[in-house]
Ligand binder design. Sequence first.
Ligand SMILES: [Cu+2]
Length: 129
Amino acid sequence: MKSTTVSIIVAVVLIGGALILTKGGGDNTPIVAANNVSVVDGKQIIVISAKGGYQPRKSVAKAGVPTIIRFDTKGTFDCSSSVRIPSMNISKNLPQTGSTDIDIGSQEIATLQGTCGMGMYPFEVEFQS
Ligand SMILES: [Cu+2]
């Protein structure tokens, strides 16, 4: 009797956990992005690391604030060292190792999309009010 109850509880917990993992690990980008946005001297700085893609893939920042995207590379030999933000006509080659600031001014409420030079690694920055 007791072991049956325990088994049921264990099963419920396992299934519940699996459901949460499935939801969290799906294609949906997490709503809360990594803490990679800071404001220094009135400038908003979004730090994105470029190596085999972009991390975090989605950043959330504030609209209407002068903004810099800082791309960090560290032994980046893949095409993520070539960054593009088509809607702003930005195309930049990053050093294999280093830190590159791209001034994107203050953005309106929208989502800015970027990719590597070949268009296979995406990233995005959501500007909110
Ligand atoms: Cu690429």
